[in-house]
Design a protein around this ligand. Structure first.
Ligand SMILES: C[S@@+](CC[C@H](N)C(=O)[O-])C[C@H]1O[C@@H](n2cnc3c(N)ncnc32)[C@H](O)[C@@H]1O
Length: 303
C-alpha cells in the first residue's frame, strides 16, 4: 500500500490523492471513508488542521513529511488504527489523546454519554442534589470526561484496572481542563468500597474470547483486556450488574454499553437482579448497544 505513494506527490493535493488511492485499495479502510481518512492522515502528518489542508492544496510537502505519510500508510495497511498513528481521536466533539494502552473511543459510545446525561438530569430534577457518577473501565476517559464537560457541577469518578490507561485518561482530563474528575485504579468496584453513586456507567469488555472479530487486524492492535473479559464475553457485564446495587443510591441508574446481540441477555440479567425501568434503545444504526436501568425504590418511569 505505502509503496504506491509516488515520490512526486510533493503537494498537499497530490499527497492526499495518493493517500486516498492507497487507502481505498487497502484492507484497513476503503470506500467513501478513504478520502476523509486520507485528509486526516495527511493533516496530522503535516501537523496542520483540516481547514488549512483544504485551503492550501498547492502547498509543497517536505521530504520528512512525505516519508511520515508513507510510513503511516504502511502501518495503516497492517490494520493499525488511524487514531494510534495520529495520537488523537474526536469523541463528543472533544479531542482525546489515545495510545495503544487504550481502546480507541467509538462513535456508538456517545449513546452512553447521552443516556447518562438524560438520566442524571432527571434524577437531579427530582432530588435537587448534584449527581455523583462513576465510569467503570474508563480507558481514554472519554465517557467520564464528556459527562464532566457537559455537566461541570456533577461529581465524576473514573476507574480502570490498567495504570497505563489511567495515565492517558488523566492526561486527557488535564488537556481538556477537567481536572476535577477523580481517577482511581482498580478492578471494577474494588477501589470504591463504601461509596454510593447516582449513576454508574460503563463500556466494559464484552467480546467473547472465541469471537472471530478479535482476529480483525484493527482490533489486534487494541488492548485485549479492553475488548474481551475472555470466556463467553459476559463476565464483566455480569459482575457490574450483580454488584451495582451495593454502589448505587436508591433510585440511582446503571447505563451499560454491550454487544449488538447482547441486549436481551443484559436486560434479563438486570431484571433478574431486581432493576426496574430496564430500557434498551436502538442506536442510529438500529442496533441495541446501550441498556439502562434503575435501582428501586423510585416507581415512576424515567425518560
Ligand atoms: C471497552 S474498554 C472502554 C474504554 C472507554 N470507556 C471507552 O468507552 O472507550 C474497557 C475498559 O475496561 C478496562 N478494564 C478491563 N478489565 C477491567 C477490570 N477488571 N476492572 C476495571 N477495568 C477494567 C480496560 O482497561 C478498558 O479501559
Amino acid at each position: 500500500m505505502g509503496e504506491t505513494l509516488a515520490d512526486d506527490d510533493t503537494t498537499i493535493a497530490g499527497l492526499v490523492a495518493a493517500a486516498d488511492a492507497a487507502l481505498a485499495t487497502g484492507a484497513a479502510s476503503g470506500g467513501s471513508e478513504s478520502r476523509r481518512e486520507a485528509e486526516a492522515l495527511v493533516a496530522a502528518a503535516l501537523q496542520i488542521g483540516r481547514a488549512t489542508l483544504l485551503a492550501h492544496p498547492e502547498r509543497r510537502v517536505s521530504d520528512p513529511q512525505h516519508a511520515r505519510v508513507r510510513d503511516w500508510l504502511v502501518r495503516r495497511a497492517r490494520g493499525e488504527p488511524l487514531a494510534y498513528l495520529t495520537g488523537v481521536r474526536e469523541f463528543w466533539s472533544l479531542t482525546f489523546r489515545v495510545t495503544p494502552d487504550v481502546l480507541v473511543p467509538r462513535p456508538e459510545t456517545e449513546d452512553v454519554v447521552a443516556r447518562a446525561l438524560a438520566l442524571g438530569d432527571e434524577l437531579q430534577a427530582r432530588s435537587g442534589a448534584t449527581p455523583a457518577v462513576v465510569d467503570l473501565g474508563t480507558g481514554s476517559g472519554c465517557i467520564a470526561l464528556a459527562i464532566a464537560h457537559e455537566r461541570p457541577a456533577w461529581r465524576v469518578t473514573a476507574t480502570d484496572a490498567s495504570p497505563a490507561a489511567l495515565r492517558v485518561a488523566r492526561g486527557n482530563a488535564h488537556s481538556l481542563e477537567l481536572v476535577h474528575v477523580e481517577f482511581v485504579e482498580g478492578r471494577w468496584y474494588a477501589p470504591l468500597a463504601g461509596r454510593r453513586f447516582d449513576l454508574i456507567v460503563s463500556n466494559p469488555p464484552y467480546v467473547a474470547a472465541n469471537d472471530t472479530a478479535l482476529d480483525d487486524p484493527a482490533l489486534r492492535h487494541e488492548p485485549r483486556m479492553a475488548l474481551t473479559p475472555e470466556g463467553d464475553g459476559y463476565a464483566a457485564l455480569r459482575h457490574i450488574i450483580e454488584d451495582a446495587p451495593h454502589y448505587l443510591r436508591a433510585g440511582g441508574c446503571l447505563v451499560l454499553e454491550h454487544g449488538a446481540r447482547q441486549g436481551s441477555d443484559v436486560s434479563r440479567m438486570l431484571e433478574t437482579r431486581g432493576f426496574r425501568h430496564v430500557r434498551c434503545a436502538p442506536d442510529l444504526a438500529g442496533r441495541d448497544r446501550v441498556t439502562s436501568a434503575q435501582w428501586p425504590p423510585i416507581t415512576a418511569g424515567l425518560p
